[in-house]
Design a protein around this ligand. Structure first.
Ligand code: GLN
Length: 539
């Protein structure tokens, strides 16, 4: 087998240029040509993982099958490639230092002084090559978080320098940069890019390809100028103009021949085998919907939409499948009261109550669910949203006024959601929830089964609290039934109200598994139910 090829993606000028999307788009093109590709993210922060981060800091925490709490870019990698990632796909500075320090404590450095070079850089190198060494991937794309010049990014850039030297032609660097447009003079400016490439060169790294984010098309003259100043070939200066959807970026990159430039540089054959038929079909459905629904997303982090990234993307996938545009109404749960509920929700065709932690905005979530239940509005509750649905039913249908989760009220008389026995001993916050893929068995007469069309499913979890089985019989007698269960742990994973047109609460996170080629069945059915509700409203 030929050696694994490594591609590094660095960022210059400013953050938020979309390194994750460029990496995922290039990977999509290479995968569509038959290569097996994976993408890895190196995050320069000191946290071991983003699991303990407030979503306001970096947006959603994405969870992989193996239970790793990771950066939200891994969600993009999975959604574009339809291939699961794992802990190995996300490395943080915290994790790198932790393992080096643990090795030092075990005496593995044999009395040597432990230093950034070579010990930290060796650890980073190992973690990059670990993916290549599995033999599973022909191409490994490694995205380096942050911007060139950041103090935190230095050990990563140094590692790239060393690997470029060691791997030679099996390694290339793509530098993603910004070409700002000065409206006053009507000009695109290349200077910031020249400076950020210089800064990379000062660290000993020469980029092979420049991907230039811009609001206006960059012409050949600018490409030639950039090539001249930055030591890259003109054909390797790639324009990345703002796109109407992230899913159009692979096509834009294809038009700029990014995949061909990469293959040529690796001396790999450029065959006429690029297959983007399904991708284009998806884009077509996204662009030309036949109907429209309005779905409320009720959560407490809505000021930062990235906190719910995978949910938003799942709606895009499910919308395309239904040929229906999903408009999201972002509603802060802190603003909802019994009196204001109707005003907030009247215009909605579906309601999703989001995952979350803690008490803030929780009562508003309960009022939201009451409205959805009583007014037959299609409802999907995810994780805390499912737990809230159970509590709302306990309070308002079963009449248990102080029904609650012990997360919110440890002393409630009706702890309908409570901690599993093994969670009671847990002291540390990081990495200690029920995390990752778990099996679940569905009842055949249920909306869940209707969506998945099979009995055995596997979904990803991230929570500590669970449905309290002590109360299950009361719920089931009165109209809320458990339609999905984890048989090994005897846990309720899905609840439904059969009397309601579409009311589903799931303890797991379906949004982590929705991809372009595999839209999540629960989202697809939820959007379908909302579409039916919307049509009924109109007629
Ligand atoms: N806070 C709840 C728990 O820990 C729900 C978590 C979530 O929504 N991800 O069980």
């Amino acid at each position: 087998m030929p050696s694994t090829k490594y591609i590094f993606v660095t960022g210059g000028v400013t953050s938020s240029l979309g390194k994750g999307i460029i990496s995922a788009s290039l990977a999509t093109l290479l995968q569509s040509r038959g290569y097996s590709v994976t993408i890895q993210k190196l995050d320069p922060y000191i946290n071991i993982d983003p699991g303990t981060l407030n979503p306001y800091e970096h947006g959603e925490c994405f969870v992989t099958n193996d239970g790793a709490e990771t950066d939200l870019d891994l969600g993009h990698y999975e959604r574009f490639l339809n291939r699961p990632t794992s802990q190995a796909n996300n490395v943080t500075t915290g994790r790198v230092y932790q393992s080096v320090i643990e090795k030092e404590r075990r005496g593995e450095f044999l009395g040597k002084t432990v230093q950034v070079i070579p010990h930290i850089t060796d650890e980073i190198k190992n973690r990059i090559q670990k993916l290549g060494n599995t033999g599973e991937f022909e191409i490994v794309i490694t995205e380096i978080g942050g911007t060139v010049g950041d103090i935190e990014a230095l050990p990563y850039i140094e590692t790239v320098r060393q690997l470029k030297w060691e791997l030679g032609d099996d390694c290339l660097v793509i530098h993603l940069t910004l070409i700002p447009f000065l409206a006053a003079t009507g000009e695109l400016k290349t200077k910031p890019t020249q400076h950020s490439v210089k800064s990379l060169q000062e660290s000993g790294v020469q980029p092979d390809i420049l991907v230039c984010r811009c609001e206006h098309s960059i012409d050949d003259e600018i490409k030639r100028k950039l090539a001249l100043f930055c030591n890259v070939k003109t054909e390797a200066v790639i324009e990345s103009i703002d796109a109407e959807t992230i899913y159009a970026v692979p096509i834009l990159m294809r038009n700029q021949k990014l995949d061909e430039v990469v293959l040529k540089r690796f001396d790999l054959p450029i065959e006429d085998n690029l297959d983007l038929v399904n991708w284009k079909d998806f884009l077509y459905k996204l662009r030309y919907p036949k109907s429209e629904v309005n779905i409320g997303l009720i959560g407490k982090y809505i000021e930062l939409h990235d906190s719910y990234k995978s949910i938003v993307e799942s709606f895009i996938h499910a919308g395309a499948t239904n040929e229906c545009k999903v408009r999201i109404s972002w509603i802060h749960s802190e603003n909802i009261s019994r009196e204001s509920a109707a005003k907030h929700f009247e215009h909605l065709d579906g309601i999703l109550v989001a995952p979350g932690f803690g008490e803030r905005g929780f009562e508003g979530k309960l009022e939201t669910i009451r409205y959805a239940r009583e007014n037959n509005v299609p409802f999907l509750g995810i994780c805390l949203g499912m737990q809230a649905a159970v509590i709302e039913f306990g309070r308002n249908v079963l009449g248990w006024e102080d029904a609650n989760s012990t997360e919110m009220n440890a002393k409630t008389k009706y702890p309908v959601i409570s901690l599993m026995e093994e969670q009671k001993k847990v002291k540390n916050k990081g990495g200690t929830m029920r995390l990752g893929a778990c099996d679940c068995e569905l009842s055949e007469k249920s909306h869940a089964f209707d969506a998945y069309r099979r009995k055995e499913i596997s979904e990803r979890h991230r929570h500590r609290f669970e449905f309290n089985n002590k109360f299950l019989a009361d719920f089931e007698k009165n109209g809320m039934v458990a339609t999905g269960k984890n048989k090994d742990l005897n846990l309720v994973e899905i609840v439904e109200i059969p009397e309601h047109p579409w009311f589903v609460g799931v303890q797991f996170h379906p949004e982590y598994k929705s991809t372009v080629s595999n839209p999540h069945p629960l989202f697809v059915k939820f959007v379908e139910a909302a579409n039916i509700a919307a049509k009924a409203k109109k007629s």
